[in-house]
Design a protein around this ligand. Structure first.
Ligand code: AMP
Length: 281
């Protein structure tokens, strides 16, 4: 039986469960159960701590797992990353007290940097040729400068509000992170694991796209097609009414704000935009 390790608490739990359900898996989550069988697919979900997942997958206790890129960098030992999942976005950033004269990562030369991500931090500054002293802490990293154990910190940031509350200012990013599907060593090419990757990627890709449908006078087809940066050339179908066509395409959700008025100006009528449940290009 194939086993997928899934976060059992914290920030990645709910979005991971939603993704698996959106991908079509039918399962129950209880507070106690560590392992849950999926009803409609030969798959076992193992609910465990997000930060244990790199190691469990590395040891082969699970064939694949969902965790954060930051945790993989820290504990993951080069596990194959199959799909970036688009949630749990954050960055590992260096920050200093507001009053500090430090303005760039280079200025951190010779500084003591407190972090719960010592491996990633050491590796980054070594690669960058910046000589720093890393102080490894388990938690409350943001108070380290206040109590005098460090000059700067490296910590996970998403909005930056925790830094601001603690009187800290960001000076640079050392890693961009998001949730990711990883495979156990040697498991990435197994058909069951490839199927998990395909199913999740289809949902993740669908979330950033929309299905676009509109009617237009035939002579506007080229003008409209040139506006649509679709997945492929748009589908153009003649309508029952002479001189009119329907145009279908898949577009980036992020582009619709600018695209819709331009389509209307180009002669588009009856413009419809729908969500895409899954997308396999
Ligand atoms: P948890 O500690 O279980 O809530 O999950 C932590 C994981 O969530 C981290 O390893 C990151 O991959 C991700 N994450 C996303 N945004 C943040 C954030 N602002 N702070 C900490 N972790 C975050």
């Amino acid at each position: 039986m194939t086993t997928l390790a899934v976060p059992n608490k914290g920030r990645l739990k709910e979005p991971s469960i939603r993704l698996l359900r959106d991908a079509g898996l039918d399962f129950e989550v209880t507070d106690r159960a560590l392992s849950v069988s999926v009803r409609n697919v030969e798959l076992e979900l193992m609910f465990v701590r997000t930060d244990d997942i790199p190691e469990l997958v590395h040891d082969g206790a699970a064939d694949a797992g969902i965790t954060g890129i930051d945790l993989l960098e820290e504990h993951g030992d080069g596990l194959p990353r199959l799909v970036e999942l688009g949630y749990g976005r954050c960055r590992l950033a260096a920050a200093v007290p507001n009053v500090s004269p430090i303005a760039t990562l280079e200025d951190l030369t010779g500084c003591r940097i407190a972090t719960a991500h010592p491996r990633t931090t050491e590796a980054y500054f070594r690669r960058a040729g910046i000589d720093v002293h890393v102080v490894s802490l388990r938690g409350s990293v943001e108070v380290a400068p206040k109590i005098g154990v460090a000059d700067a910190i490296v910590d996970l940031v998403s909005t930056g509000s925790t830094l601001r509350v603690n009187g800290l200012r960001e000076v640079g990013t050392i890693l961009e992170s998001q949730a990711v599907l990883v495979a156990a060593p040697g498991a990435a090419d197994r058909v069951e694991v490839r199927r998990i990757a395909t199913a999740l990627r289809a949902v993740v890709d669908g979330r950033t796209k929309r299905y676009l449908l509109l009617n237009a006078p035939t002579e506007a087809t080229e003008r409209i097609a040139s506006l649509i940066p679709g997945l492929e050339a748009p589908t153009v179908v003649p309508l029952a009414e002479e001189g009119w066509v329907a145009i279908h395409s898949v577009v980036d959700a992020a582009e619709l704000w600018a695209l819709l008025p331009r389509l209307e100006e180009a002669g588009g009528k009856g413009i419809l935009v729908s969500p895409i449940e899954r997308l396999v290009p």
